[in-house]
Design a protein around this ligand. Structure first.
Ligand code: C5P
Length: 228
């Protein structure tokens, strides 16, 4: 059945490992939309920071900001329905889940000047239309005019278990305790940061995914999307 594709922009926000990407990707396939996980742009910039040797702490804020301004980002659709992230001509998509990036990304994403540059990249991308964007501040800051906004939740323990299983599936060795501790640390940084903290937009629909399957969550949002 051809969906009545009304919303040009769908925002999916929520904390670490709540399933935004899995949900967004499946939803994008059903709707024939582009899916973009904005965590990838913060991770791509973190990759660039590590490569450049600039210290990610506050002392080098100005340098971080300059680096963000002169870094060229490009987003190219992949066969899997995601967008590949190209930084200064290099496809870095396969490098972005590395632990050294994971450890630093929330710290870099706290810097207001860096966020400004990343947000303008995300808005430019949204101009393509028919985009599902996932992140922390999509409904509140990046795309406040998105016609449909959802905020996914699940307990910290549930999210840690999901992330742990995913890592094991990918052949990465990590204990549940470490995954849980990292997740709590990143949640705290994302929730408590001064600029664009993780929170639902006032007009977002909150979906607790705890007792729902991936398909059930996708179904819910799909139904909302075709009835906006
Ligand atoms: O979603 P993901 O875990 O890949 O995001 C990596 C980090 O990027 C998050 O922990 C958060 O600090 C930051 N981020 C953000 N705003 C977004 C998306 C991600 O601050 N819209």
């Amino acid at each position: 059945m051809e969906a009545n594709l009304k919303p040009q922009l769908i925002a999916i926000d929520g904390p670490v490992a709540v399933g935004k990407s899995s949900v967004g990707l499946q939803l994008a396939k059903r709707l024939g939309y582009i899916f973009f996980d904005t965590g990838m742009i913060y991770r791509a910039f973190t990759w660039k920071v590590l490569k450049s040797g600039i210290s990610p702490d506050d002392k080098d804020k100005q340098k971080l900001c300059e680096l963000a301004t002169r870094t060229e980002f490009d987003f190219i659709p992949s066969k899997e329905g995601t967008l590949l992230v190209v930084v200064d001509g290099e496809d870095v998509s396969s490098k972005l889940l590395r632990p050294e990036i994971e450890a630093l990304v929330a710290l870099i994403a706290k810097v207001a000047e860096v966020r400004q540059v990343m947000v303008s990249q995300q808005r430019k991308l949204a101009q393509r239309g028919k985009v599902i964007m996932a992140g922390r501040d999509i409904g509140t800051v990046v795309l406040p005019r998105a016609e449909l906004k959802v905020f996914l939740t699940a307990s910290t323990e549930e999210r840690a278990e999901r992330r742990h299983k995913e890592l094991l599936r990918r052949g990465e060795n990590s204990s549940l305790e470490i995954v849980l501790a990292d997740l709590k640390k990143r949640d705290a940084m994302d929730i408590n940061r001064a600029i664009s903290p993780l929170k639902p937009a006032e007009d977002a629909l909150i979906i607790n995914t705890e007792n729902l399957s991936l398909e059930q969550v996708v179904d819910k949002i799909y139904t909302l999307a075709v009835n906006v």
